[in-house]
Design a protein around this ligand. Structure first.
Ligand code: GLN
Length: 492
């Protein structure tokens, strides 16, 4: 059992009060990684020296009577698409193997400034394209609840690191569901903030109009603390919201009494497994018991979200990934001239899914097709935004499953379309920039975790944490965060 692990809030309280040193907190995290990460493979690189230096700094501050900050001594894992100065940042791509960024992402600096210890970089689908972490050039991560299953993706390493009890907190990025879906499959809390609430300076771009950074945690309160620490304006990110972001921690304990909550009809029907749907209904009943009014609501255009996303995200990716030309970053394969060098580098450096997205995106943006594909997808985006606005005129929050199913077996979804379908419930929030929280709620027929998704309008982030805590308290199973026994054989 790994769930003896302290939460981030408990760790920081002990370190700040001198009951435990940051060096001890780090050693516990490292021991857990040593014991199980050979099987789980959540981490691509460990940053032991950096974490040890930071732990010494935190302990020295405590010894001098200074407060190291709200995350004092808390071990944290970072998805390997966020820059860490001097430490490998690969995006799980051969293209960036060996590249060490010369600067830290703002989120990393903010976490360390709050006393956190960055213990390592976690595995992901290459350039965050995928829903299972099987698209990593460095091999898949496995679900800590059952090693034959995927952890979800693309932030599968960060989700698994929390679920396995390696760290109480980690960061992921969410372009179409990559925080919430793996959180659901691994039985942890995952949060995608309002677009612009968290700086993306130092996040390697996938689809810039959709990407957001957010936390994984084993409790809603830990996720709130992490969000409050990394959020807020950053002059280095032009899309960062200049006004103050309401504190998530301040909303904890507010409950849902008097709130109107709508279950999105279109995300409860075809394609959603019965056991998952039953858990969402049970979660809705728990919210009603806590004083909310819960009703069904129709948001018909959400079903077009997936199709729009698979034009917009590849279009933006094809542009963002043009920079990997063999000159500026990472790998180069030589050729007789520059064009051949570019082509050889990109052929060798990118995996199949990344190539597929670049081709899809380039096609969707090509002259003659631009209006029919990209233009139309943008119009669908507006339609979804209008329908959400209408739903929020009658409801404070909306809810749905996070993922249509529990964690599936490695290799089970080998065609791209069936993997794309994993994000049908999560994509709409990215398209409109709204925040969304996935909270573990019970298990499916297979005994594996189910996640319930709560959605709020722009800058309603704090409200999600209040409602999320109600679900956390009503969770019918405790074995979600990190407590379940390991099942399944590890296959080579
Ligand atoms: N699974 C989706 C995709 O493959 C979403 C990925 C993400 O959110 N980064 O694009």
């Amino acid at each position: 059992m790994m769930n003896a692990q302290l939460t981030a809030i408990e760790t920081a309280a002990r370190v700040r009060s001198g009951d435990m040193t940051a060096v001890e907190a780090l050693a516990q995290s490292q021991a857990a990684v040593t014991a199980r990460d050979a099987d789980v493979r959540a981490f691509l690189h460990l940053t032991d020296d950096r974490a040890a230096e930071q732990a010494d700094r935190v302990d020295a501050q405590v010894a001098q009577g200074q407060d190291p900050g709200p995350l004092a001594g808390v071990p944290i894992a970072i998805k390997d698409n966020m820059c860490t100065r001097g430490a490998p940042t690969t995006c799980s791509s051969k293209m960036l193997e060996g590249w060490k960024p010369p600067y830290d992402a703002t989120v990393v600096s903010r976490l360390e400034a709050a006393g956190a210890l960055v213990v390592g970089k976690t595995n992901l689908d290459e350039f965050a394209m995928g829903s299972s972490t099987e698209n990593s050039a460095f091999g898949p991560t496995r679900n800590p609840h059952d090693l034959t299953r995927v952890p979800g993706g693309s932030s599968g390493g960060s989700a698994a690191a929390v679920a396995a009890g390696f760290v109480p907190l980690s960061l992921g990025s969410d372009t179409g569901g990559s925080i919430r879906q793996p959180a659901a499959l691994c039985g942890v809390v995952g949060f995608k903030p309002t677009y612009g609430a968290v700086s993306r300076y130092g996040l390697i771009a996938f689809a810039s109009s959709l990407d957001q950074i957010g936390p994984f945690a084993s409790t809603v309160a830990d996720a709130a603390l992490c969000f409050d620490t990394i959020g807020g304006h950053d002059p280095r990110d032009a899309t960062s919201i200049p006004s103050a972001i309401p504190s998530a921690a301040a909303a904890l304990g507010n409950g849902v009494a008097g709130k109107r909550i709508g279950i999105i009809d279109e995300l409860m029907g075809e394609g959603i497994d019965d056991d998952v749907r039953a858990r969402v209904e049970q979660a809705a009943a728990a919210l009603a018991d806590a004083g909310a009014t819960v009703e069904r609501v129709s948001v018909p255009a959400t079903i077009y979200g997936l199709a729009a996303y698979y034009l917009i995200a590849p279009a933006e990716a094809s542009s963002n990934l043009a920079r990997y030309d063999g000159v500026r970053y990472g790998q180069r394969v030589d050729g007789v001239n520059v064009e051949e060098m570019n082509a050889a580098t990109r052929t060798a450096g990118f995996g199949d899914e990344v190539k597929r997205r670049i081709m899809l995106g380039t096609y969707a943006l090509s002259s003659g097709y631009y209006d029919a594909y990209y233009g139309k997808a943008q119009r669908v985006r507006t339609l979804i935004a209008n329908e959400f606005a209408q739903a929020y005129s009658s409801f404070d929050l909306l809810m749905s499953p996070t993922s249509p199913s529990t964690a599936f077996e490695l290799g089970a979804k080998s065609d791209p379309m069936s993997l794309y379908m994993c994000d049908v419930c999560t994509i709409p929030s990215n398209l409109v920039g709204h925040p969304a929280l996935s909270v573990p709620f019970g298990v499916g027929d297979d005994g594996l975790p189910v996640g319930v998704q709560l959605l709020a309008p722009l800058l309603g982030d704090d409200e999600l944490f209040a409602a999320g805590q109600v679900l956390e308290d009503a969770n019918p199973t405790d074995a979600t965060a990190s407590g379940s026994e390991i099942r399944g054989e590890v296959r080579p």
